[in-house]
Design a protein. Structure first.
Length: 121
């Protein structure tokens, strides 16, 4: 049996999406997404926020760059990926990202101009 790598998140955009076009003319966008849950600890309601690194590719990236803005509430579906890289000081590091395959704008109509769901190519 093979494994399942599926992520579903609903959260607020931490920044405007950052669009880059790579050497092979492929678009990629990245941004942080905050998910917040409310917990009851000893009768005291507390808030716990988790930050997720979101990455979108190609047509989905281009749509995200046009439609998404900091603070918007969105639904994202995708998969977790961990990649290795070397930082500017030559230190080997790892980062875990959610590679999004679908996003949907949520919230009030005033939060965005077009309310539609987008899927990758």
């Amino acid at each position: 049996m093979s494994g399942v790598n599926k992520v579903m998140l609903i959260g607020h955009m931490g920044k405007d999406p950052e669009l880059r076009v790579l050497n092979n003319n492929v678009s990629v966008v990245s941004f942080p997404l905050a998910t917040t849950e409310f917990l009851n600890k000893g009768g005291v309601r507390t808030e716990q926020t988790e930050w997720h690194n979101i990455v979108m590719w190609r047509g989905l990236a281009e749509s995200a760059a046009k439609l998404l803005k900091k603070g918007q509430l969105i639904y994202i579906e995708g998969k977790c990926k961990t990649r290795a890289f070397e930082d500017k000081d030559g230190v080997h590091r790892y980062i875990t990202e959610v590679v999004a395959e679908i996003f949907t704008l949520l919230g009030r109509a005033s939060d965005f101009e077009m309310a539609e769901s987008h899927q990758g190519e």
